[in-house]
Design a protein around this ligand. Structure first.
Ligand SMILES: Nc1ncnc2c1ncn2[C@@H]1O[C@H](COP(=O)(O)OP(=O)(O)OP(=O)(O)O)[C@@H](O)[C@H]1O
Length: 463
């Protein structure tokens, strides 16, 4: 029975995502689990029967053996990472028999949590003072759901938030999966139209002969098979809200002319009718196609392009803003683990590099799908490069990979974004200190980190 219990305990120990080290009364390591060994970059067996101070940097477990007092929630720097640790003495009848060290691998993620907190702060300070619409479907549809701290994304979010407050027509372009719909929904939910509906229509998915009646509706008897009483179209359905015209680049030229008329008239005439139905709404159009090229080729009406592109949001592909990858990866691992009801996973040191090296032709949609596949398929609690789908591993061996990861040619407000990267921690910390009026304790709280971590970061950054 005792054997079986030991076996079960040992299995739990090895499966745990946290690092565990157990020392005897002399400070000699009697147990160190796989997660900890991997973090330290050693074989588990190499650590056993050695003094804890020889194996673990900045440990205080030997001190806990002397004091017999638990040290919970301390920050310990191990291999350059700030880790949250608990050190617990093992007592039998008040006599110290040994000690257990528990490392929460939160330190590694702390930077991302910190960035997210600051991101929230930045958003709330840039937003208009008006409270968000009470009946906006969910906060996850607002800009809070748009993850990314790269210079490009921060600039886009800032610009979109400003646009949201107006009633301007917006054109959003970007490759498939870059978040065009996400931006459209965020603009809607933070706009004066937020109380109205968000209606979307995919112009590429609807056959040409049906698109007109889908958009503008029809009157009774407009065509064979028309419903009694007629039907309202998407424009009328979106009245007081937002109409999202997805894949606008696939809209036939004849329909483009009709769309332009509605945008200029602010009213629709249903198919088979003559009456004008006034509509108040915002139109957001999106496409993955290069509309100005299409205009040059005569495939897209120039007048409609000019009408739509007064506010043009260009979302860069993920490969041109790789600094967003860690935040996105951590965010989606967290989100998807909860949704899939799987234990939280940790990344092996080499794994983030794979996320970086791959070019993500399907952009964030592909990234999300890959994380979902990994979480569903893998066993254990650490994600290794081997856990990636085969097609990614193969692609990474191809010589084109480097080329695909070159710097962004994207230009914003006529200023090239190249070389203008925010200097990470420094900017974030300065923003928090400013917000906290120089009070470091408050700044640390705003950042969601321990104040000792903040002091350390200030020192490292020479602030
Ligand atoms: N910045 C982001 N932060 C978090 N999630 C994102 C971000 N951008 C995109 N996503 C997610 O990626 C997926 C694809 O996004 P979305 O549908 O908005 O892309 P799209 O550009 O409209 O794609 P398509 O052109 O194929 O319609 C969604 O699950 C979305 O939530």
């Amino acid at each position: 029975m005792a054997d079986q219990t030991n076996h079960v305990l040992d299995t739990i120990l090895q499966l745990m995502c946290e690092g565990i080290v157990i020392v005897d009364v002399h400070g000699m390591i009697t147990e160190l689990n796989e997660a900890y060994a991997r973090f330290l970059g050693i074989q588990r067996e190499q650590a056993l029967h050695r003094h804890v101070t020889e194996v673990i940097q900045n440990t205080r477990l030997h001190k806990v053996l002397q004091s017999g007092v638990a040290e919970k929630g301390q920050i310990q720097i191990i291999h350059g990472h700030e880790m949250l640790v608990h050190r617990i003495p093992v007592l039998r009848e008040d006599v110290v028999m040994g000690a257990i060290g528990l490392v929460i691998f939160q330190g590694v993620n702390e930077q991302y949590q910190m960035m997210d907190r600051i991101h929230q702060l930045t958003l709330s300070s840039t937003r208009e003072k008006t409270p968000p619409s009470v009946d906006s479907p969910t906060t996850l549809r607002s800009f809070d759901a748009v993850i990314g701290h790269s210079t490009e994304m921060m600039a886009l979010k800032k610009m979109s938030m400003r646009v949201a407050q107006t009633s301007m027509t917006v054109l959003i372009t970007g490759e498939s999966g870059t978040g065009k719909e996400l931006f459209a929904r965020a603009i809607h939910s933070e706009s004066p139209f937020a109380k109205g509906p968000f209606i979307d229509i995919n112009c590429a998915a609807i056959p040409e002969h049906l698109l007109e009646s889908e958009l503008f509706g029809y009157e009774e008897g407009a065509f064979t098979g028309a419903k009694k009483g007629g039907k309202t179209g998407k424009f009328e359905a979106a009245h007081t809200g937002t109409l999202f015209l997805d894949e606008l680049g696939d809209m036939p030229l004849t329909m483009q002319a009709k769309l332009l008329r509605v945008l200029e008239d602010h009213s629709v005439v249903r198919v088979g009718g003559i009456k004008k139905h006034p509509v108040t709404l915002r139109v957001i159009a999106a496409t993955h196609r290069n509309i100005s090229d299409m205009v040059a080729k005569g495939e897209f009406r120039e007048d409609l392009y000019f009408r739509l592109s007064t506010m043009h949001i260009q979302i860069p592909p993920l490969r041109y803003r790789k600094s967003d990858i860690p935040t996105l990866v951590h965010y989606y691992i967290e989100q998807l683990s909860t949704r899939l009801q799987v234990p939280k996973k940790r990344l092996d040191d080499r794994t983030m590099q794979v996320f970086y090296d791959y070019a993500w032709p399907g952009n964030i949609r592909e990234l999300v799908n890959v994380i979902e596949v990994i979480l569903e398929m893998m066993e254990g609690c650490i994600v290794y490069p081997e856990d990636f789908p085969e097609f990614i591993k193969k692609k990474l061996m191809s010589p084109d990979v480097q080329k695909e990861s070159e710097q962004s040619p994207y230009i914003e407000n006529n200023i090239t974004l190249k070389g203008q990267r925010i200097h990470g921690d420094r900017e974030i910390i300065l923003a928090a200190l400013q917000q906290a009026r120089g009070n470091k304790v408050v700044a640390a709280r705003l950042l969601g980190i321990h104040r000792s971590t903040l002091y350390l970061k200030l020192k490292q950054l020479g602030l």
